[in-house]
Design a protein around this ligand. Structure first.
Ligand SMILES: [Zn+2]
Length: 261
């Protein structure tokens, strides 16, 4: 290519480029204005996590233990994986007006107010039916549970002890929502045969009508991790108690079904 031809070609390309830009520029600008903006990634509506969803009810501490956050909820969920803080004690404990197996003002007479009032109704109905029912053990502090568990573990070893006795922080009695009940027919003891007494049978079939569940039922030991305890009543409120009773669930199964634990 000669120098002249190169120059002419270069000028030609430059002119054509300018014309091209000049011709199309207004069109490009105006058409750009009418273009729909590049869509942003769609905002996904996250389902609102239920207050009882797992993530909202525990945190994992430095020792990799689940520590319960909603201690004051009537639906607080305590078991061998879910620990109450050692310093937790409910603030609304009262003594329910029901017959006890012992006299005097002891911590184990106490329950949280809502549960205590429900227990009074349950006992009123039991009395109407001439049932021989007594309360024996309600609220228990972390420290008290610790000494009970240690005593039991010294006698039979930790693993065996843990089938019937909760480790400190893992007892429902610390929530103030549980009450152990018994009858003269079983010597006021907490024994499995209580479940076959008129009182034990009535409780199993009717406790839900007052907002209570039999927390450690027979045949579900592999789920709850505890032996059958026909005497251990746990308050969960009417609606949940009714559901758990109707569907023959444990609290573990209820949380799995309803809240995806
Ligand atoms: Zn109990």
């Amino acid at each position: 290519m000669s120098k002249t031809t190169f120059s002419v070609t270069a000028i030609g390309i430059a002119v054509i480029s300018l014309l091209w830009i000049g011709f199309f520029q207004p069109y490009l600008t105006s058409s750009a204005r009418t273009l729909v903006p590049v869509p942003l990634p769609p905002i996904v509506d996250e389902p609102i996590k239920h207050v009882l969803a797992f993530e909202n009810t525990t945190l994992i501490d430095r020792n990799n233990r689940q520590v319960i956050l909603n201690m004051d909820s009537v639906m607080v969920f305590v078991n061998k994986l879910r620990n109450l803080p050692a310093d937790y004690a409910p603030l609304d404990l009262i003594i329910p007006s029901v017959p006890f197996t012992f006299s005097g003002d002891e911590p184990r007479k106490y329950m949280r107010t809502q549960a205590a009032l429900a227990l009074e109704q349950l006992f009123a109905e039991a009395k109407n039916l001439s049932l021989d029912l007594f309360a024996t053990s309600g609220y228990r502090s972390y420290d008290k549970q610790k000494s009970i568990f240690n005593n039991s573990a010294n006698l039979k070893g930790e693993e065996e002890a843990n089938k019937t006795s909760a480790r400190p922080g893992q007892s429902e009695h610390q929530t103030g929502l549980a009450m152990d009940v018994t009858s003269s027919k079983v010597g006021y003891n907490l024994v499995e045969s209580f479940g076959t007494t008129t009182e034990g049978i009535w409780l199993r079939e009717n406790a839900h009508a007052f907002g209570f569940i039999i927390r450690y039922p027979k045949g579900k030991e592999y789920i709850t991790g505890y032996s059958y305890e026909p005497w251990h009543l746990r308050y969960v409120g009417l609606e949940v108690a009714e559901y758990i009773y109707t569907h023959s669930l444990t609290l573990e199964e209820y949380f799995q079904q309803k809240h995806g634990y």
